[in-house]
Design a protein around this ligand. Structure first.
Ligand SMILES: Cc1ncc(COP(=O)(O)O)c(C=O)c1O
Length: 407
């Protein structure tokens, strides 16, 4: 059962007042708030179990290791991975994509090869490939985004050549909320023998995602966008592909044996986890997964769709406001970018903050998309499991007030 008032009570920060008014947090695409269970999980780990993992044989080390590996199992099950060997802990989606670019890209790509991205990518799925492209002299192609925020798949089919070795694509746009048809695109990628990477930073938190159903080769996720702490995320990769890749970073834990002239690598996934990992945050991410599963990803997705539909209708009636991307909830979820006529987005965000409504303003780490759609910097409201239609009413009231002040 989806009980919104019960859910809201789980998030202590939602009791906060800003400028004397109850907080309305609509910056969830940037990072989400944390339920008490996740906060408690961090305190519990440091209070009772803290030790380094995989090495010690004392009780604390064994407890910490078991808790860390249990978190990995929860994540593997959550996204439908075949085994925990396919889950590599990293800091965030950005690091997950960089790991693939550095390890897989540098080993398997050669001059003349190509990678397909899209114009709607977050910078974290553009810049690592630009660095690689320059170094290896490979080509980058970008699937165009149409005015309605959808990808131009006809063009995509035209740029598909045997030189394409990877398609790396955002699942849900962090600017427009568009849900891209990743299953269809993955199938096309595999038809020409290319691998398929899904940037799932916005999708894994808000909809059911199953890597086997998607049949992606890599999936990048940030824990802090799905109720977990900052500084922890994961890369999913098919076991056979991870096995073929060289290590990304070298050091302790990622080796089986070290000699002065060479080293032998540890088994998966530890081969990709050099040094002491972020133990406490990984465990707390496992707790976040428990929380999401208890509510149910289908329920979370449905709730967010309802809020998005409500928000699109409410915001759509404001004559001073332009919404970018899809105007209906079909193939879209709870991320809405907009501009207010005659007011700079930073001023809108600041005036809303006076009303305790937290939104984002700027380019949202997606400058090429803003350039393509000729959008100046924008305001972005993004929803999550604890938001309500009353929060959207407060957003609209705040916007009305901002417009009056500027008139
Ligand atoms: C679609 C998308 N990809 C990647 C990222 C990068 O996430 P992080 O900064 O946690 O690495 C973000 C963050 O906003 C995002 O929205």
């Amino acid at each position: 059962m989806f009980n919104i008032s019960k859910i809201r009570k789980d998030f202590p920060i939602l009791k906060r007042k800003i400028n004397g008014k109850p907080l309305v947090y609509l910056d969830n695409a940037a990072t989400t708030q944390k339920p008490q269970t996740v906060i408690d999980s961090l305190v519990d780990y440091y209070t009772y179990h803290n030790a380094n993992i995989h090495r010690g044989i004392h009780t604390l080390a064994e407890e910490a290791t078991a808790m860390h590996e249990e978190a990995r199992s929860k994540i593997a099950k959550f996204i439908g991975a075949k085994s925990t060997k396919e889950i590599v802990f990293v800091r965030n989606s950005t690091e997950a994509i960089n790991l693939v670019a550095y390890s897989w890209g540098r080993s398997f790509l050669k001059k003349g090869d190509a990678i397909i991205l899209s114009e709607s990518e977050h910078h974290s799925n553009i810049v690592p490939w630009q660095i690689l492209a320059k170094e290896k002299k490979i080509k980058l192609y970008f699937i165009p985004v149409k005015d309605d925020g959808k990808l131009d798949l006809d063009y995509f089919k035209k740029i598909f050549t045997p030189q394409v070795k990877l398609v790396s694509l955002v699942h849900i746009s962090n600017v427009l909320g568009t849900i891209n048809p990743v299953e269809e695109i993955g199938e096309l990628a595999h038809e020409v023998g290319a691998l398929f990477l899904v940037d799932a930073a916005q999708s894994v938190p808000r909809m059911p995602v199953n890597v086997r159903k998607l049949d992606c080769d890599f999936l990048a996720v940030s824990g802090h966008k799905m109720l977990g702490p900052t500084g922890i995320g994961f890369l999913y990769a098919k076991e056979e592909i991870l096995s073929s890749m060289p290590p990304f970073l070298g050091g302790g834990d990622m080796i089986r044996e070290v000699y002065l002239d060479h080293s032998e690598w540890n088994e998966l996934p530890f081969k990709f986890e050099a040094g002491t990992p972020n133990i406490a945050d990984a465990i707390a991410l496992g707790t976040a997964v428990d929380y999401l599963e208890k509510i149910g990803m289908e329920n979370i997705f449905r709730h967010e769709k309802k809020l998005t539909d409500f928000a699109l209708r409410r915001l759509g009636k404001l004559s001073y406001l332009s919404i970018y991307g899809p105007k209906t909830v079909e193939n879209k979820t709870g991320v809405i970018s907009f501009s207010v006529k005659g007011i700079h987005p930073h001023d809108v965000a600041q005036l809303l903050d006076q009303e305790a409504v937290a939104i984002r303003s700027g380019f949202h780490c997606a400058m090429p998309l803003h350039q393509k759609l000729q959008m100046p910097s924008t305001c972005r409201a993004s929803f999550y499991v604890y938001n309500t239609t009353e929060d959207i009413d407060r957003l609209v009231e705040g916007l009305d007030k901002a417009v009056k002040i500027f008139q």
